[in-house]
Design a protein around this ligand. Structure first.
Ligand code: ARG
Length: 466
């Protein structure tokens, strides 16, 4: 069944869209979250129309009052969204038209194509600022765990095999580095979003005397010096979705980083590692096995990263092969973006909460890091300091490891005679290589896990995170 011709574009139509078509093509169920940006855009646009003499100041003021009232209705949940009006833009415009006759002039020199592009750019600027805030909150929670456990050492791993000792804080600072780059990426996305498309019209601008710079300034699309930033090509402005893709990519990458942190936590919380205990409030039990405490929150962090990657992929495929300029396919650009925003927000909040409730098992960490094999490389460095070429030193220490295995003793429990038989350069002080504190103190270079460097990093992060 077809309904009455559509109010905003129905002029050339004998019949309105089928009910099925309306259900199929509506976007108001998800794009209504753009309402605050849509209203801001319409206020700036109508202010510009008044300045350009295309509407009167009285009309402008009536439009502004109407939009503000609609904004309040939406905020308080009183606004009646209508699927048959397709999207957020037409819902708001129609509601305004019912209140304010001048609303019929609001769409002068504007298309939904440049309108939605503007709404989304305003949305991205807000979303990025929001996520950057969530990232800092998660970073602060991680920093607190590092501070509380400054002196804790753990084995560092490669190939999930014990490799060399590191301070737990050094490992946690990896997370801060990852997240700091994620925040930088969101700042870059916000900067790319910071160009005003309004005035691009459907694709080719308008013949009316508009002032794009005025609108851009009114909406805060300005550079560092306050100069307006307007998109330089009308067709590009309504057709590209690269900012969407960059935003989804930044979310996907943040998700991958969080997923790797989650995997560390899952592993560390096993009975086998037992380096940490996750907060009860973020774990679940088993309906069958009474002893179980499962790290579901961390597992979901890992799982959600797949979804974030899927959203990025959806957007890439959506845009690929579309002819210029706008095509309705592009309406499908919003659900993946909103989902990435919401899920990344949740992930960052959960990450912060897990670290806030995280308990470090110092005894287990100390036992694991006491493994002298972790300092086998230090023993090779000992030989290097005695003038042995590294390749030869590496080989000799390999033989020492083998000997210890044969004798079934720990590396540092071999006798001086044993060790001397492997390489003549070993002196009586050979076992000093296994002094963990001294070994850590030798790691002095920038970026290394020695205590002096660690102190520097603590200072840096405390300053950065306030
Ligand atoms: N809801 C539409 C979207 O998000 C708005 C633009 C509609 N433009 C059009 N030419 N039908 O893409």
């Amino acid at each position: 069944m077809a309904i009455k011709a559509q109010a905003t574009w129905g002029g050339r139509f004998a019949a309105g869209p089928a009910e099925l078509m309306l259900r199929f093509s509506e976007s108001v169920s998800f794009d209504r979250r753009l309402a605050p940006f849509d209203i801001a855009g319409s206020k700036a646009h109508s202010a510009m129309l008044a300045k350009a003499g295309l509407i009167t100041r009285k009309e402008r003021d009536a439009i502004h009052r109407g939009l503000d009232a609609i904004g309040r209705e939406i905020a308080t949940g009183k606004f009646k969204w209508q699927t048959k009006l397709e999207d957020v833009h037409m819902n708001i415009e129609q509601a305004l038209t019912r209140r304010v006759p001048a609303a019929a002039k609001l769409h002068t020199a504007r298309s939904r194509n440049d309108q939605v592009a503007t709404d989304m750019r305003l949305y991205f600027k807000a979303a990025c600022a929001d996520l950057i805030g969530k990232i800092s909150a998660a970073q602060r929670a991680i920093l607190k765990v590092a501070l509380k456990n400054r002196d804790v050492l753990i084995p560092g791993y490669t190939h999930l095999q014990r490799a060399q000792p590191v301070f737990l804080a050094h490992h946690l600072f990896v997370y801060l580095e990852m997240l700091a780059r994620d925040a930088e990426r969101f700042a870059a996305v916000a900067d790319h979003a910071n160009w005003c498309p309004l005035g691009s019209g459907a694709l080719a601008g308008t013949t009316l005397p508009i002032d794009r710079e005025f609108t851009a300034k009114a909406l805060g699309f300005v550079d560092g010096a306050g100069r307006p930033r307007v998109t330089p090509n009308s067709m590009d402005a309504v057709s590209d979705r690269d900012v969407f893709i960059e935003f989804a990519a930044a979310c996907a990458l943040t998700g991958v980083h969080i997923s790797r942190m989650a995997e560390d936590l899952i592993l560390w919380a096993t009975q086998e590692f037992n380096f940490v205990e996750l907060p009860d409030a973020f774990c679940t039990g088993s309906s069958l096995m009474p002893q179980k405490k499962n790290p579901d929150s961390a597992e979901l962090l890992r799982g959600k990263s797949a979804r974030l990657q899927g959203n990025l992929h959806t957007l890439l495929v959506l845009v690929k092969g579309l002819p210029l300029t706008y095509n309705r396919d592009l309406q499908e650009d919003k659900p993946p973006v909103f989902d990435s925003h919401d899920q990344t927000t949740l992930c960052l909040e959960v990450l912060a909460a897990i670290f806030t409730g995280l308990k470090v098992n110092r005894t287990k960490c100390a036992a694991a890091v006491a493994d002298p094999a972790l300092l086998a490389t230090d023993l090779a460095d000992y030989l290097v300091r005695k003038g042995v070429p590294f390749r030869a030193a590496h080989h000799a220490v390999g033989a020492v490891v083998k000997l210890a295995e044969q004798k079934r003793v720990a590396l540092d429990r071999l006798t001086y005679a044993d060790i001397k038989s492997v390489h003549p350069a070993f002196g009586r002080d050979w076992a000093s290589s296994f002094d963990l504190a001294k070994a850590m103190a030798r790691r002095t270079g920038t970026g290394m896990p020695g205590p002096a460097q660690l102190a520097r990093q603590f200072k840096r992060w405390q300053k950065l995170l306030g």
